[in-house]
Design a protein around this ligand. Structure first.
Ligand code: ADP
Length: 281
């Protein structure tokens, strides 16, 4: 690098001299997590929280110890999908996550606010700080998989999370309507920079099955998820239909009753992804 100061903290270049773990923060001493999976999207409202929740439900259904770190600080929607209204408790040692009905551990800004509909109007640096505290100050205990519902986009906050928390891999969520190729390219570029594998590409709102005739309609255009996954060497894909029943489960806090089969291929990649201890060695 022409202007290299050898201070990686002031530079985002992925040059050969960068120590890829230079920004990684260790978790709380009471946390032992095997795998950490981030679910990311190009923008909000495309079902990222839904995909995070469904993957966590699937993992829990396999008998694993599962956690969800809701890093979508300004739009936390995971607790609602699980019908969790409990407040997280703190002790001298750290913050204790709340638990869903099936025993998924969960931390979210909603679990810390006095009123869950209080708005969070913070600057990016504060938001990033809060997200990292969910990693460094929460006592997650022993988990097989911690899912992170990432803040949307590829801006400062997601970048900080990517750099600071050791990740086994990421799952990218899109809809057929997004500028999919650009979003996927950006997210994959960011993951490559951090040396994190992209394990799956989920296309939410991919189609709608008519309840009367059973015909499938691609309401937002033809699916491109397989082509894109092929072009960018992403090993697994998922097509999630627009499903009023799913929306109802989210709205009534019963996401743990949802069918998660559409995410089976991506989940299989997650189950075999590298453990973070290998990554940190
Ligand atoms: P994001 O996390 O990307 O902001 P959410 O997962 O919160 O998006 O989804 C936004 C809203 O759209 C939620 O109310 C959710 O229940 C609904 N939704 C998302 N995907 C689907 C789907 N495939 N079928 C029905 N409703 C959906």
């Amino acid at each position: 690098m022409a202007n290299c100061t050898h201070d990686c903290s002031t530079c985002s270049s992925s040059c050969g001299t960068r120590n890829k773990n230079s920004f990684i923060k260790p978790p709380h001493a009471g946390t032992k997590v095997k795998r950490v999976i981030a679910v990311a999207s190009g923008k909000g409202g495309v079902g990222k929280s839904l995909v995070t929740s469904l993957l966590a439900v699937r993992a829990r259904g396999q008998g694993l110890r599962v956690g969800i770190l809701d890093a979508d600080i300004t739009g936390p929607s995971v607790p609602k999908a699980f019908g969790v209204t409990a407040r997280a408790m703190g002790s001298e040692e750290g913050i204790l996550p709340v638990e869903t009905k099936s025993g998924i551990k969960l931390i979210s800004m909603n679990a810390l606010l006095d009123h869950e509909d209080d708005p969070v109007v913070w600057r990016g640096s504060l938001i990033a700080g809060a997200t990292l505290q969910f990693w460094t100050d929460v006592i997650w205990d022993e988990l097989d998989i911690l899912f992170i519902d990432m803040p949307p986009g590829t801006g400062d906050v997601p970048l900080t999370v990517f750099q600071s928390i050791p990740l086994s891999g990421i799952v990218i969520d899109t809809t057929p309507r997004d500028l999919v190729e650009m979003i996927v390219k950006k997210a994959i570029g960011m993951a490559d920079m951090m040396h994190i594998p992209v394990l799956g590409l989920a296309e939410n709102m991919s189609y709608f099955t008519c309840p009367d005739c059973g015909k499938k309609y691609e309401l937002f255009g033809k699916s491109r998820v397989s082509d894109l996954a092929g072009a960018y060497h992403v090993p697994a894909t998922a097509r999630i239909p627009i499903d009023p029943a799913l929306s109802e489960l989210v709205g009534t806090g019963k996401i743990e009753e949802a069918d998660t089969d559409c995410l089976a291929d991506i989940y299989a990649q997650i189950a075999h992804s590298r453990e973070i201890k290998d990554y940190l060695d």
